[in-house]
Design a protein around this ligand. Structure first.
Ligand code: DP6
Length: 330
């Protein structure tokens, strides 16, 4: 009744922002991401009939009620599927800043979904695992897989939500994409992505325009990955990011994730590109700067981002692996 799983985080190149069903956590749009090497969450789940309630430790400290509630809801799905009634002790740790826009919920719920199903004795396929992880966090469905991943928004008439799953994409051979992360803050972000996207959907006059960009951007990005066309992928990555943030900026009141260093980071990336270096900006529900580039240029992009005032550290991430079990189930 015990298992330990490790999942890598992922960064969306074509973003998910908005839900069409909050109970099943169905996304309003599909999305496309790159799973990253080296940014991981390790989660242990132990079902124990002697526990009166689920327990959660996050990064060495007891978690708050909201985080525990999210974890318990996912465990409830696993318990009902497996016929398990025992409560669980969950211990989870990230090797990167939590809740600061480095998509910690993606790796966290991917690792939790695998560790919990394994500890409960369930054996489900990867697609079903991505559907389960999505119930915890939309972006987590993508961290079930390594490399480039496509998340499907699913079918509007699907009452169970099983059509909103992620799957890996086959990238052109010999291509070495990289994501450079410029960490700008270790502080917890102000607006959690769940709240930011819900508020955007409810109040932003640009929300429907943002939703309208998604399908075409996904198709362009998918083709670019299949053909190894980093220029096209980079352009669509930047466009999707700014369309998402524009919808959030127009919410009332505005949801602003950018800090000074984020904008300066964008300009540094745009200047690199003007001088011939392939690099494109993206940013999530936090102030960190991220640049899509390739392995050949990654050091140069990281060095330039490191010079931006407010960028505390940089990290070069190659494509990372799928979620995996690292300790058994005895
Ligand atoms: C900006 O997956 O954190 O990172 O489903 O409410 O948990 P919930 O949202 P979450 O949102 C991620 C938003 C994003 C873009 C993306 O990863 O696609």
């Amino acid at each position: 009744m015990r298992a330990v799983a490790v999942a890598n985080t992922n960064i969306a190149l074509v973003k998910y922002w908005g839900k069409r069903d909050t109970r099943l956590n169905l996304p309003a749009v599909g999305s496309l991401s790159l799973t990253l090497e080296g940014l991981t969450t390790r989660t242990e789940v132990r079902f124990d009939a002697s526990l009166g309630a689920d327990r959660l430790r996050l990064n060495g400290a007891p978690a708050d009620e909201r985080a525990l509630g999210r974890v318990s809801r996912l465990l409830d799905l696993v318990r009902s599927e497996a016929g398990v009634t025992a409560k669980a002790e969950v211990t989870s740790a990230n090797d990167f800043p939590t809740a600061a826009g480095l998509a910690s919920s993606a790796s966290a719920f991917a690792a939790l979904a695998l560790a919990a199903t394994r500890a409960a004795g369930l054996s489900i396929d990867e697609r079903a695992l991505s559907v389960l992880a999505r119930r915890g966090s939309g972006s987590a469905a993508r961290s079930i897989f390594g490399g480039f991943v496509r998340m499907h928004r699913g079918d509007d008439h699907d009452a169970t939500g099983t059509s909103a799953f992620a799957e890996p994409l086959v990238a052109a051979a010999g291509w070495q994409p990289c994501l450079v992360v410029g960490v700008t803050s270790q502080k917890a972000k102000e607006t959690l992505s769940t709240d930011g996207m819900t508020h955007t959907a409810e109040t932003s006059p640009y929300y429907s325009a943002w939703i309208g960009t998604s399908e075409a951007d996904l198709a362009v990005a998918e083709r670019a990955i299949a053909t190894g066309d980093i220029e096209t992928l980079g352009r669509v990555t930047e466009a999707s990011c700014f369309a998402m943030h524009a919808s959030a900026l127009a919410a009332r009141p505005a949801v602003v994730y950018f800090r000074g260093a984020t904008i300066d980071g964008y300009h540094a990336i745009a200047e690199l590109r003007k001088s011939g270096t392939p690099a494109w900006f993206t940013c999530d529900a936090g102030p960190h700067v991220k640049a899509l580039t390739d392995l050949e240029n990654a050091e140069k992009v990281a060095a330039r981002l490191a010079e931006v005032p407010g960028v505390l550290s940089t990290r070069i991430c190659r494509p990372g692996p799928a979620v995996r079990i690292v300790e058994g189930t005895s």
